[in-house]
Design a protein around this ligand. Structure first.
Ligand code: SAM
Length: 455
């Protein structure tokens, strides 16, 4: 029997088919009353808000946000999985099912499921690429349970010259106070790490938290962070009408929230639209005759369009390039998500776990602190945004040219990355099945390093 596991964060859902689980544990920590309060308080009646502000509150509101309150929003395995002791795929899936049943966790991320090997691969990529004659400085944004930080520091302690470990710093920038606390506990399991490690509990996309620009080389790691960054939504009535920003407003005399549409005015949204070249479909190209035909067609058969824009990622990249101009970046995330019900290009999954089973919502407006909202990453767009935020403005006619580029970039499948930098034998079962290489076909790594170009 062949299973296609699209996304590890959807695994619990998959397991219900696999094991016909009957009475699973209750995992929802948000009571109905608290989420009801939350839903009416984030969108005021008089003041509409952008979709990205709604998503930011739904995920990160200090009191009601999904990542702030739920201890189970990022899972942590008590012990590493011994892949070499498992027979094959069936045994691996059974083992995972047992772990999910035992825990109160919505999902485990790859850095957790494949610990310490996943983070060791990242540490090896850093060690092979970094200039180790200057002190190594690593920032991790959204470090979750702290496993990545601990495993990377363990690897450097055991594999790098001792002066590299002794002079290194590892700074975690974490928006959730409960996860920041957990990270410090995890890393603190190895006492010698503590003098080199600190957690700053803040929003990494807020420039003021970074202070003056740091001109020294450093590394920035982001694992499954891009997918949880706020996005905006633009809407167009039909195939030819202009894109409009989506804002949210509470309906009069009710707690329901509805969308309203405004002409483009937000700078982040406009920049994203320029970078994607979203307007090109109907504003350029074609003769007058074609344009007229398009107009008639769109009136006769109007097809509303919705497009999700990674404005949170754009803002974070702008801030990072401003604060850490010599950073090297390693980010991994979903390139594709299955079974998305929300309409629009690059639309998110909105998923909650109740009574042990995962449920996907049909509307992003139903996410009120009790659901994860996660987006696929368009790695082509990520690369363009990275170049744009680094200050590279390509000649419009010559987009492919490398001239003047400030970054050297590469996107690799997780299997390619781990085959190059990891130890794939450690995540292989007895019959040769390797979940890290075989099942993560919808996740990729993005690596971006500075060039010597300063103009
Ligand atoms: C899905 S979890 C991934 C955790 C971990 N990297 C892993 O792979 O297991 C997303 C993490 O990013 C954090 N996060 C999201 N937005 C952030 C921001 N703007 N600044 C700092 N941390 C953020 C969340 O609190 C959480 O720790």
């Amino acid at each position: 029997m062949s299973f296609q596991i699209h996304s590890i964060r959807k695994l619990p859902f998959f397991f219900f088919f696999f094991t016909s689980r009957s009475s699973p544990k209750v995992s929802s920590r948000i009571s109905p009353s608290s989420s009801a309060f939350f839903s009416t308080s984030i969108v005021g009646a008089e003041d509409p808000i952008l979709v990205r502000d709604y998503i930011h509150s739904a995920l990160y509101d200090p009191n009601y946000g999904y990542f702030s309150k739920r201890s189970g929003s990022v899972g942590m395995l008590e012990t590493s999985i011994k892949f070499n002791k498992l027979e094959g795929r069936r045994a691996y899936l059974r083992h995972l099912d047992k772990i999910y049943k035992q825990s109160d966790i919505s999902w485990f991320t790859p850095v957790e499921l494949f610990k310490p090997w996943y983070a060791h691969g990242i540490a090896e990529a850093i060690m092979r690429t970094a200039n180790l004659s200057v002190p190594l400085k690593i920032y991790e944004i959204g470090g979750g349970s702290g496993s990545c930080a601990k495993n990377i520091m363990d690897y450097i302690m055991l594999n790098a010259p001792s002066r590299v470990y002794n002079s290194m710093t590892y700074i975690s920038v974490e928006i959730s106070s409960s996860l920041a606390k957990k990270q410090l506990e995890t890393v603190g399991e190895v006492r010698s790490h503590l003098s080199k490690y600190r957690v700053e509990c803040r929003d990494a996309a807020d420039r003021s938290g970074w202070g003056d620009a740091d001109l020294q080389p450093c590394w920035v790691i982001m694992l499954e962070v891009l997918d949880n960054l706020p996005h905006d939504l633009v809407y167009s009535e039909n195939q030819v009408s202009p894109w409009q920003e989506v804002w949210l407003q509470k309906q009069r005399d009710s707690s329901n929230i509805s969308e309203i549409y405004k002409p483009l005015q937000d700078q982040l949204i406009k920049s994203c639209i320029d970078i994607i070249d979203l307007e090109k479909d109907h504003t350029t190209g074609g003769s007058r005759g074609i344009t007229a035909a398009r107009n008639i067609w769109s009136k006769a058969f109007p097809k509303p369009r919705r497009s999700w824009l990674p404005t949170g990622c754009m803002q974070l990249l702008e801030v990072l390039h401003g604060a850490l101009p010599k950073m090297s970046l390693i980010a991994s995330d979903f390139s594709y998500l299955p079974d998305v019900r929300i309409p629009g290009e690059r639309a998110p999954l909105v998923s909650t776990k109740k009574d042990g089973s995962s449920t996907d919502y049909n509307s992003y407006l139903d996410a009120k602190g009790d659901a994860d909202i996660f987006f696929p990453t368009d790695f082509w767009l990520l690369e363009r945004m990275d170049h744009y935020c680094s200050g590279w403005k390509p000649d419009v006619k010559d987009q492919a040219s490398k001239k003047g580029k400030k970054r050297r970039t590469i996107t690799l499948g997780t299997d390619q990355f781990m085959e190059e930098f990891g130890l794939p034998t450690k995540t292989r079962t007895k019959d040769g099945y390797n979940p890290l290489l075989d099942d993560f076909t919808n996740t990729k790594f993005y690596i971006s390093v500075p060039t010597h170009n300063t103009k």
